[in-house]
Design a protein around this ligand. Structure first.
Ligand SMILES: NC(=O)c1ccc[n+]([C@@H]2O[C@H](COP(=O)([O-])OP(=O)(O)OC[C@H]3O[C@@H](n4cnc5c(N)ncnc54)[C@H](OP(=O)(O)O)[C@@H]3O)[C@@H](O)[C@H]2O)c1
Length: 231
């Protein structure tokens, strides 16, 4: 089942795409083990996620996820089109041998970098067929610049699939419209294991990113909970 897009401020989406954050996590909030393994979803939940992939224009992950998981970020288990893949990668560290790069001529792939990314690495990615977008000249990809460019390219709905560092940047800056989390009945532990949102975090509960409950459903062994963002 693919849930309907939530109604949200339409003016906000003149400037940026609608963003749905989806993550699979353990009961203790980890999205990967200390060793970096992250296959937490049940087969039924995987099917749900791939149906969402087939319904969005873009799928976004951080370079941390590419380096650990080497994902393909394509649609499997259901029929449907592949969304444009967007890798947030300030220094163009995406290896030319990565699955998203070797298939870049078949599935549109955007690598968002900053002006500080080494030209040699940028050229290698472009030669492989990736569309490299320079988004700002700071130490990290400027998310407002990237989101604005994606919107103007016709990418109006994005599935944000992690990892914890990028999730935090996106949600804490107000660029996420809904959060869906699949809770897998496992406890992974590990103080260094990645969680749904890492980054700097907040020191006070009153500064938390606040959500409103929309619904929950069981997919195989997982409970999938959906929230909207309170502004
Ligand atoms: N269970 C799940 O659903 C799930 C889903 C996805 C990932 N994961 C797991 O998550 C882990 C990876 O998470 P991660 O936190 O290490 O990496 P990540 O969030 O995938 O990528 C973070 C990196 O993105 C780059 N970046 C560029 N601009 C940024 C910006 N404005 N804000 C934030 N990041 C920016 C930074 O590297 P540069 O400075 O080099 O650009 C940053 O370190 C892996 O173990 C993976 O398996 C789990």
């Amino acid at each position: 089942m693919v849930w309907e897009t939530l109604r949200s401020n339409p003016r906000k989406h003149d400037k940026r795409p609608y963003v749905l954050l989806n993550s699979a996590m353990s009961v203790d909030g980890k999205i990967a083990t200390v060793g970096g393994e992250s296959r937490l979803s049940s087969p039924a939940d995987l099917k749900r996620v791939h149906a969402i992939r087939a319904s969005v224009d873009g799928i976004m992950v951080g370079i941390g996820t590419v380096l650990v998981d080497d994902p393909k970020l394509t649609v499997k288990f259901v029929r449907g089109p592949n969304p444009t893949r967007v890798i947030v990668d300030s220094r163009a560290r995406t290896p030319p041998t990565a699955n998203v790069v070797i298939s870049a001529r078949q599935v549109p792939t955007i690598i968002a970098v900053t002006s500080r990314a080494p030209l040699k690495r940028v050229s290698a990615l472009e030669r492989a067929g990736a569309n490299v977008l320079v988004c700002g000249n700071g130490s990290k990809v400027s998310l407002p610049i990237l989101l604005g460019r994606l919107q103007r390219m016709g990418i109006k709905k994005i599935l944000l699939e992690g990892g914890g560092t990028l999730n935090w940047s996106m949600v804490s800056r107000g660029y996420v419209d809904e959060v869906t989390v699949a809770i897998s009945p496992k406890i992974l532990g590990g103080a260094r294991a990645k969680t749904l949102a890492d980054g700097e975090g907040v020191a006070r509960i009153r500064d938390a990113v606040r959500l409103r409950y929309i619904g929950a459903k069981k997919y195989g062994t997982d409970i999938v909970v959906r929230y909207g963002l309170l502004t």
